[in-house]
Design a protein around this ligand. Structure first.
Ligand SMILES: Cc1cc2nc3c(=O)[nH]c(=O)nc-3n(C[C@H](O)[C@H](O)[C@H](O)COP(=O)(O)OP(=O)(O)OC[C@H]3O[C@@H](n4cnc5c(N)ncnc54)[C@H](O)[C@@H]3O)c2cc1C
Length: 419
């Protein structure tokens, strides 16, 4: 059997794999990227049909290419984003092989490097970069009940309102996915119950600048660690309908019933946490803090940006917020489907190396793992808050490629007797 050899094998051809390939190419590091589906497949088929980028086109892109057919302040549709990464990879002839799955990576014994089993044979590489994404395995919490007559899906399997049975719907989780899906279902004529946990909700825009710009100039995208106690705080933003601030009161006035966190199920009775008011209040606090920080930045820098006092006005509390439900009977409420917008976990079952802690989380520093020769890219907080996002992964990939190139220099060193 012939064994193909390369210096660096990148697993995954999403945006992280494309960014890795660009930086490795620039540094002349021989490499191959293996992608089991197509380039940026998750943007093509792993998201709901109407999804657009959460950030404007000037921001949610790599530095080397504009979205030439999307207004810089508009939000690119998901298929356009997939096309963008395909075009980007073509631009520098990225050595990406699609339709090839990595089944197993093991460290070689008695010689350097790794042996990689793929669906198309064996490859040996000195280094392996896991670019398989931050959101690999949809997570539904163990409280989920078994139902015959209520359809339950994860947000990863939601595409459009037509796929759901007739009847009302409960959406559990109100981060960017849950909140957008709930809004879409409500607009499609469904009665929606939305279970809301702790969240940040930045204004879509303030005083003429998008929140992506504000987080950038205020240094928040570059924050290196989460603020203590914010581990379970999701971010509720949306580029849908031209980009609007996520406002839970507005959603409720539209007809969505807001609920606290979902605690447990007993047959069709759902018990809810008494935390809705607190979660909404903390989201408001986060929103107002950003406005304050933006005002202070404008003042400090003497910027001429239009005042926007109306951004501080909150709508009246809807009834579901004044009198939050602590229980919901799904049968009585006519709920025929539940969408779990409860996030994702990573899955490195194919990576058989000693690079994980007791909880199975990758051990690394800015993507350089504790296991020499193994690298991770695209993970939440890999180096900073922006690490899972389009622009952030590009910068992390640059750092990792730099580390790899340095190691390659050491590997290639020959002493005078070898030269
Ligand atoms: C609903 C949603 C909306 C988002 N919106 C935005 C946004 O607007 N802006 C933004 O910046 N970010 C957004 N993100 C975050 C992030 O940009 C995306 O999740 C993005 O897809 C991550 O890219 P990635 O390359 O790290 O991972 P992925 O896109 O998941 O790519 C990983 C690739 O690895 C492949 N793979 C996995 N295992 C193997 C294997 N064993 N062998 C070979 N190939 C393998 C997969 O097929 C996949 O193509 C969003 C995320 C979600 C879930």
């Amino acid at each position: 059997m012939t064994v193909e050899k390369t210096d660096t094998l990148v697993v995954g051809g999403g945006q992280a794999g494309v960014a890795m390939s660009e930086h490795l190419s620039k540094l002349d590091v021989p490499h191959i990227v293996l992608e089991r589906n197509r380039i940026a497949e998750k943007w093509r088929t792993g998201r709901w049909d109407s999804l657009v980028a959460n950030g404007p086109a000037w921001h949610d892109r790599f530095p080397g290419l504009d979205f030439d057919d999307v207004d810089p302040d508009a939000f690119a549709p998901k298929d356009r984003i997939a096309d963008y990464f395909e075009a980007y990879a073509k631009k520098f002839n990225a050595p990406i092989r699609t339709g090839v799955e990595v089944k197993k990576v093991e460290r070689n014994v008695g010689k350097p490097g790794f042996t990689i089993e793929t669906s198309e044979g064996v490859i040996e590489a000195n280094r392996v970069v896991a670019a398989t994404g931050p959101f690999q395995r949809p997570v539904i919490p163990p409280i989920a009940p078994q139902y015959d007559n209520i359809q339950q899906i994860h947000s990863a399997d939601y595409y459009n309102p037509e796929q759901l049975p007739a009847g009302n719907v409960m959406v559990i989780g109100a981060g960017s996915s849950g909140v957008q899906i709930a809004d879409e279902l409500q607009r499609a004529g469904k009665k929606v119950y939305l279970s809301v946990g702790p969240h940040d909700r930045p204004p879509r825009a303030y005083r003429g600048r998008d929140f992506c710009w504000w987080l950038g100039v205020l240094g928040e995208w570059d924050a290196e660690a989460m603020k203590p106690g914010t581990e379970h705080v999701t971010i509720a933003v949306s580029g849908a309908h031209g980009g609007k601030t996520v406002d839970f009161r507005e959603l409720a006035h539209q007809g969505i019933t807001l609920l606290g966190m979902t605690k447990s199920f007993d047959n069709t009775r759902v018990t809810l946490q008494p935390d809705l008011v607190e979660n909404i209040a903390n989201g408001d606090k986060n929103y107002l803090e950003l406005l304050d920080a933006a005002d202070a930045y404008i003042e400090r820098n003497g910027l001429d940006l239009p005042e926007e006092p109306e951004a501080r006005k909150m709508l009246a509390d809807p009834d579901c917020l004044s009198n939050p439900l602590l229980e919901l009977d799904l049968a009585e409420a006519g709920v025929t489907s539940i969408i779990w917008a409860t996030g994702y976990a990573v899955d490195y079952s194919w990576l058989k190396v000693n690079a994980f802690d007791e909880q199975g989380k990758p051990k690394h520093q800015r993507g350089v793992s504790s296991e020499p020769g193994v690298y991770f890219v695209g993970l939440p907080w890999l180096s900073r808050r922006g690490s899972t996002f389009i622009w952030g992964v590009w910068h992390d990939a640059k750092h990792i490629a730099g580390h790899i190139a340095t190691q390659l220099t050491y590997s290639n060193y020959k002493d005078p007797s070898q030269r």
